[in-house]
Design a protein around this ligand. Structure first.
Ligand code: ADP
Ligand code: MG
Length: 361
C-alpha cells in the first residue's frame, strides 16, 4: 500500500539547500520591493525595511552620494544608541553599486557576522547592493525623463503663445501708435476707425487665448487624445462643411501627455492644410495600434501638392514643424501626394504602455 519513501538527503546537504532557497527568497523579496512604483525615498526606505525583516537585523541605514562628494543619509531604521548597546552586534557595510560605480552604501546591524548566517550571505549582500544600485539609477532616470517631458510641453505652449498671441500683441502695438498719431492730428474720423480696429484685434486675441487654453485644458482634464481629436474634427466639419470620417480603432490609447500633445498638433496642422490648400470633399482620419506601435492616418481627396516638397519660405513652416514634432515623439512620418490625387499622411510611432506612472510634477 505505502510507496517507498525516497532516501532523505544527508543533513548537511538539506541544510545547504535550505540556505540556498533562503538566499533566493531574499533576492526575490528585495527585487520585488525594488520593483514597486514610488519616489526614490520610498524605494530606499522600503528596501531597508524588507532587508531588516528578512535578516532579522536590529537596524540599518542607506547612505547615498550627493553631488558635492559627501554622502547623505537616505533611510535609517533602528540605529538608536540603545539598539547598538545590547549584546555585541556586528555592523556590516556594503557598497551600493551600479555598473562598477559606487552610488553609496548600506549598513546593517546584525547579531551575528553575516558568514554565520550562511556561507553565501556575504556574496548575497553584495548582490543585493547591486540590485539597489540599479533600482536607484532607474528611478533617477525616470525622474529625469518626467522633468524633460514637462519642460518639452512648456516649450510647446511657449511656441503656441508666440505664434498666436505674441503676433497679435505686436499688431495692436502698431495700431495703438497709429491711433496716437491720429489723435495728435486731431483727426477724429481716423481715430474712431482705429479704435474699432483695435477692438477687433483685441477680440481676436482673446479668442486665440481662449482657444489655446481650451486645447491645453482638454489634455489636463485627461479627456484623452481620441476625444480631443473628435472635438477638433467636429469643429472642422462645422466650419468647412467638408465630410470627415474619423475612427479610433485603438484598443487602448495610453500615450504620455507629451506624445498626446505632439500627435494632436500634427493632426491639427494636417487639417489646417486641408482647409487652406486642398479643396477636398472628403477627409479620413484613422488611429490604430498593434501593441505599442501606433499609426495615425490623415488623408484627403483634394488637389494634392504640386511637386516634391520644394523648400518653403519661412512663413510656410507647417510641414517642417510636423516633421519636428514627429522626431520628438519619436516616430516616422510619410507624406504622399500627387497633383489631383489628394494627400495622405501616415504617422507611425511607439508608445510603451503607461505603467500607472505618477503624474509629472
Ligand atoms: N493637404 C494638402 N493639400 C494640398 N496641398 C497641401 C496640403 N498640405 C500642404 N500643402 C501644400 O504644402 C505647402 C506647405 O504647407 P505648410 O508647410 O503647412 O505651409 P502653409 O500651410 O503655411 O502654406 C502648402 O503651402 C501647400 O501648397
Ligand atoms: Mg500649413
Amino acid at each position: 500500500m505505502s510507496e517507498p519513501t525516497p532516501p532523505k538527503p544527508p543533513q548537511t546537504q538539506a541544510a545547504r539547500l535550505a540556505r540556498k532557497t533562503q538566499s533566493l527568497d531574499i533576492l526575490y523579496e528585495v527585487a520585488a520591493s525594488l520593483n514597486q512604483a514610488g519616489s526614490l525615498e520610498q524605494l530606499v526606505d522600503r528596501f531597508l525595511g524588507v532587508l531588516i525583516d528578512l535578516l532579522d537585523a536590529r537596524g540599518g541605514a542607506v547612505r547615498l552620494a550627493a553631488g558635492d562628494g559627501q554622502t547623505r543619509l537616505a533611510a535609517s531604521r533602528g540605529l538608536a544608541p540603545e539598539a547598538a548597546g545590547r549584546g555585541n552586534p556586528e555592523l556590516v557595510e556594503i557598497p551600493v553599486q551600479y555598473q562598477g560605480r559606487v552610488l553609496g552604501l548600506y549598513s546593517l546591524l546584525l547579531d551575528r557576522p553575516p558568514a554565520a548566517l550562511g556561507e553565501d550571505l556575504p556574496d548575497l549582500l553584495v548582490s543585493v547592493g547591486r540590485h539597489l544600485g540599479l533600482a536607484i539609477e532607474k528611478s533617477r532616470l525616470e525622474g529625469e525623463a518626467r522633468r524633460l517631458a514637462v519642460m518639452e510641453e512648456r516649450n510647446i505652449i511657449g511656441n503656441e503663445l508666440h505664434d498666436s498671441l505674441a503676433q497679435s500683441l505686436v499688431g495692436m502695438r502698431l495700431q495703438l501708435k497709429v491711433l496716437g498719431e491720429s489723435l495728435a492730428r486731431e483727426d477724429l474720423g481716423a481715430a474712431r476707425y482705429e479704435v474699432k480696429a483695435l477692438q477687433r484685434a483685441m477680440k481676436q486675441a482673446s479668442a486665440d487665448l481662449r482657444g489655446l487654453l481650451t486645447d491645453y485644458r482638454l489634455k489636463i482634464d485627461e479627456a484623452g487624445l481620441a476625444q480631443t481629436v473628435a472635438r477638433l474634427v467636429e469643429r472642422f466639419r462645422r466650419e468647412t462643411g467638408i465630410a470627415v470620417f474619423f475612427q479610433n480603432e485603438c484598443q487602448v490609447l495610453a500615450l504620455s501627455a507629451a506624445q498626446e500633445v505632439q500627435v494632436y498638433y500634427i493632426i491639427q496642422e494636417a487639417l489646417a492644410n486641408i482647409r487652406k490648400h486642398a479643396s477636398a470633399r472628403n477627409v479620413r482620419i484613422l488611429l490604430n495600434n498593434e501593441d505599442d506601435l501606433y499609426t495615425v492616418l490623415i488623408e484627403d481627396d483634394g488637389l494634392g501638392m504640386s511637386g516634391p516638397e520644394e523648400p518653403m519660405p519661412l512663413e510656410h513652416a507647417g510641414l517642417a514643424i510636423m516633421r519636428e514634432r514627429t522626431a520628438r515623439l519619436p516616430g516616422q512620418i510619410v507624406i504622399e501626394s500627387e497633383p489631383g490625387e489628394g494627400t495622405r499622411i501616415v504617422l507611425i510611432f511607439n508608445a510603451p504602455p503607461q505603467g500607472g506612472a505618477a503624474a509629472p510634477g
